[in-house]
Write a protein that binds this ligand. Structure first.
Ligand code: HEC
Length: 189
């Protein structure tokens, strides 16, 4: 049987597709069917797309910032998922507090999701409230002025455009805020 599949192109492609499908079913379709909490929004999660449609000014700003994040390819270098490994919870953490691991209920309204694939820069899933607006303005203008040797390019068209800067910062401050995880709740707005 295995020999036959190995020698026949069509059988080989069919078998490979079958094996990939098993992986897809187990990792994509089975978990939400087995655990309904995957599709239920986290208690603190804001439905920014709906709020923006309803005329909420802050949500509108967040959605505009998200569009700039997509347009400028921030997601080529940044992920938005704190994985279950310890180094992630330390890097996403704040002072000595480790951040919680990302869970599916935090991304229910994220369409399309911006999990990203490459970590050229740090993960941003808990970046919300970490730095104030002045920090971001300076960082977009010249990342190396704050972090020597940074591989992040400058984004002067964001830093020098008050509307884009407001939107971008509103979006970053919204990241990971479905969970109120810092003991002193000292998030920058
Ligand atoms: C070429 C890769 C690259 C691109 C594109 C990029 N960044 Fe970065 N980013 C980095 C690197 C590397 C760092 C770490 C050094 C630093 O802080 O400058 C970083 C750091 C950051 C930080 C600080 C994170 C922390 O926890 O300290 C934020 C916020 C950030 N980037 C936002 C953005 C946004 C928003 C965009 C799109 C407008 C963007 N980045 C585009 C590479 C990139």
């Amino acid at each position: 049987m295995i020999k036959k599949i190995d020698k026949n192109n069509i059988l080989f492609v069919a078998a490979a597709t079958g094996f990939f499908a098993i992986g897809g079913i187990l990792t994509t379709f089975a978990p939400p069917l087995l655990d309904a909490s995957w599709a239920k929004p986290a208690p603190g999660l804001q439905n920014y797309p709906e709020l923006a449609k309803g005329g909420d000014a802050h949500a509108d700003l967040v959605m505009k910032g998200r569009a700039i994040y997509v347009r400028d390819g921030c997601w080529y270098c940044h992920t938005q998922q704190t994985r279950t490994i310890e180094a992630d919870t330390v890097r996403s953490g704040w002072r000595d507090v480790r951040s919680p691991v990302s869970t599916p209920d935090e991304f229910v309204f994220d369409k399309p999701h911006l999990f990203g694939t490459r970590r050229v820069g740090p993960d941003l899933s808990r970046a919300g409230g970490k730095y104030d607006k002045q920090w971001h303005a300076t960082h977009f203008k010249d990342p190396r002025s704050l972090v020597p040797g940074s591989a992040m390019p400058p984004f002067p068209w964001i830093a020098n455009n008050p509307a884009e800067l407001d939107a971008m910062v509103a979006y970053i401050q919204s990241l990971g805020r479905a969970k109120d995880w810092r003991p002193t709740h000292d998030y920058e707005e």
